[in-house]
Design a protein around this ligand. Sequence first.
Ligand code: G6P
Length: 598
Amino acid sequence: MCGIIAYYGDELAAPILLEGLKRLEYRGYDSAGIVTIDSKSEFQIKKDIGKVLEIHERLNLMDLEGTTGIAHTRWATHGGVTRENAHPQISNNNKIAVIHNGIIENYKELKAKLISEGFQFSSETDTEVVPNLIEYWMRIRGLDFVHAVFNSFQSLEGNFALVVLDRDSKTIVGSKNGSPLVLGIGQNNDFFLASDIPAFLDKTKDVVYLYDGDTVIITGSSGAKRSYEILDFRTGNPVDRLIQSVSWDIEHAAKGEFDHFMLKEISEQVETIQSAASQDREKIQDIIQRIKKARGVFLIGCGSSFHACLSASYLFSKLASFHVNAVLASEFSAYEDFLKEDTLVIAVTQSGETIDVLDAIKTAKQKGCQIVSIVNVMGSSATQFADESLFLNVGPEVSVLSTKTYTAQLAVLTLLAFSLAGKYEEGLRRLKYLWNIVYNLTAESMRIRIKQLADELSSHDHIFVLGRGSLYATALEAALKIKEVSYIHAEAFAGGELKHGPISLIGKGTPCIVFVSKDTESKILSNAMEVKSRGGYLIGVGSHKIDTFDEFVKVPESEELNPISQIIPIQILSYQLAVILGHDPDRPRNLAKSVTVR
Ligand code: G6P
């Protein structure tokens, strides 16, 4: 997983590429690089390890000449974090530059073949075979640049989004095969290619969503002569794709008054839960019919999206007496034998690009299943495979941690559960009314209150989280939020499971967050007592304070909607813990927002 941005036009490329890199950094932030073509038709390259702004401070990425260039921010997969392994990767003859997101699985064979042809390699990456393969087809086999690219791409196995820059013909080629890539069409007949729309959203809202196999060729150096065409690299045939306008604004992709995107996105939930609930009623009814007709419904996702699936599985059962299987997308292949043509798979994914989710969708498609996707990113791969898609409508989420998209997923799934129970209007009304509660939960006063709690908890090595029913899924999500950004070990248990082992971990002062709702109160409070009587330190989250609690965070009772509201204080707690402990909340170590490797 990495971020790609390319520019082809009349403006200076470097500032545009640098801005794009900053917006794509959530996709990878261990190294970055830019290459442009200068007035003498030479490459100007700067790359290094570190975050984009650190590299910019060291190397000044703005002073690269030229109006054409490509840039990359890396999350290492093949090869460690070194300058040599950073992209762009350049061909031996210094004429072809490549940036890449994904994995080329057969790179070892290709590398061996190229070495036998006299090529040398300076990085440990899989990517470096690509510029050299293209050079091979051009220099040794006499093809022109575009044909050399097509021949090279046809020999690659694995998932990739690749952008190639040819120095001599000043041509950019970008291709998508399993990893995201979108084309932006600027106002001045200039062009952008990027892993994600926010990378160029300050320049244009006109985009072409690319499908697997689509290969964009951008040529013609100046003004009106510049043009693009799209061919399928597998067949060489032209492909017709619509130019569409996105509704997202650039403000969505900027931090504004907030110190971090994570806090901004937590605060946006007052509106985003509303926009997620504002779905086309006919589409909802169509999906409800698909659910009713299906023999077997799976809800699949990874990370936070899986927690949304698990939470919804309780709701479907409770509200609509309907059984759905919530399954981790990475484990879905184990259920393959249960898939029939009348099975429905609902894929829940913020990015629509998580490879484990796409693999599961492909498995289900092969078995003839119907696919519905619940996605934030329009045009993403999950939507391309799905028979029907619902969008979260919450704008881009930039922080690596899922916050507003998690509650938006819950809002959409809750609306589906109510609709399945024949209570669409009630579901919609209750979701719309929730803003009242969310407004208070995201207010300054709540942040101050939670900061005190974070100060107390920041010195602990372990935090446990308990919930029952759908709040068990909330507990899992809370523990994930805390550990991924604060690096404090946090672990969730279903309240009833505590006595079956985990209770041995509770000692004097062990912090334990307990989610309480009206329907789980009596049982979860018995579990809380079990913790308390072993010296544990209880932090209750619920509608009223109980004497047993050492700390209490008030979240008004919202019944079926509790999972949406109760997670919010813990999102804030996770954020505060990260800040207190000196971690970057938007870019936690080792993580990336969209995981496109298995
Ligand atoms: C990554 C992110 C998580 C996210 C998961 C699933 O691991 O760091 O925050 O929940 O992927 O992503 P998706 O885009 O499929 O929802």
